[in-house]
Design a protein around this ligand. Sequence first.
Ligand SMILES: NC(=O)c1ccc[n+]([C@@H]2O[C@H](COP(=O)([O-])OP(=O)(O)OC[C@H]3O[C@@H](n4cnc5c(N)ncnc54)[C@H](OP(=O)(O)O)[C@@H]3O)[C@@H](O)[C@H]2O)c1
Length: 161
Amino acid sequence: MKAIVVADNKWGIGKKGNLLFRLPKDMAFFREKTLGKVVVMGAKTYDSFHGGALPRRTNIVLDDGGAVRPDAVTVTSLAELKEVLRAYSDDDVFVIGGASVYALLLEECSEAFVTKVDADGGAELFFPDLDKDPRWVLTQQGPPTSDNGYTLRFCKYERRS
Ligand SMILES: NC(=O)c1ccc[n+]([C@@H]2O[C@H](COP(=O)([O-])OP(=O)(O)OC[C@H]3O[C@@H](n4cnc5c(N)ncnc54)[C@H](OP(=O)(O)O)[C@@H]3O)[C@@H](O)[C@H]2O)c1
């Protein structure tokens, strides 16, 4: 299982139910990584898409209430999620947020793709600071890239074995 996230310089990831920035290059990166794969998300992140599930991906939504979604598989617990994920290769499963689901599943992830934005988005929700976590190591850091007026870097962290 892999996490994929875009975070600001305080590891902020969201506010008022939405992302902090509109970043077309990061969205293209996210699409390229996740197309054809399985994406696992919380109900609030699913709702934030408005148009429903992400196309051409298997969408799995964690939702305590178990609401039925025509375009996604809903699971109501971590145990049920693990049961559903048995059908897929671990390598094909991406945890795509939000904060509660990253917190729940980061332990299960072997890699994290982090798009780091050099800005403070005034977030209300945060991703764990992997730079301060000795279990994680930064293994790739792309060059600074301009995206919609922001500077970002595509980074990859791997769990130490
Ligand atoms: N920067 C990024 O890369 C990124 C990516 C995705 C989302 N986001 C942002 O993150 C924010 C949303 O995050 P969030 O933490 O508020 O919401 P969330 O994680 O998207 O969804 C929370 C929902 O998931 C359910 N859930 C979580 N763990 C569960 C479990 N173990 N079993 C059953 N259901 C479970 C919760 O149920 P209950 O609360 O009912 O228990 C709640 O309904 C938004 O602002 C969004 O834009 C940012």
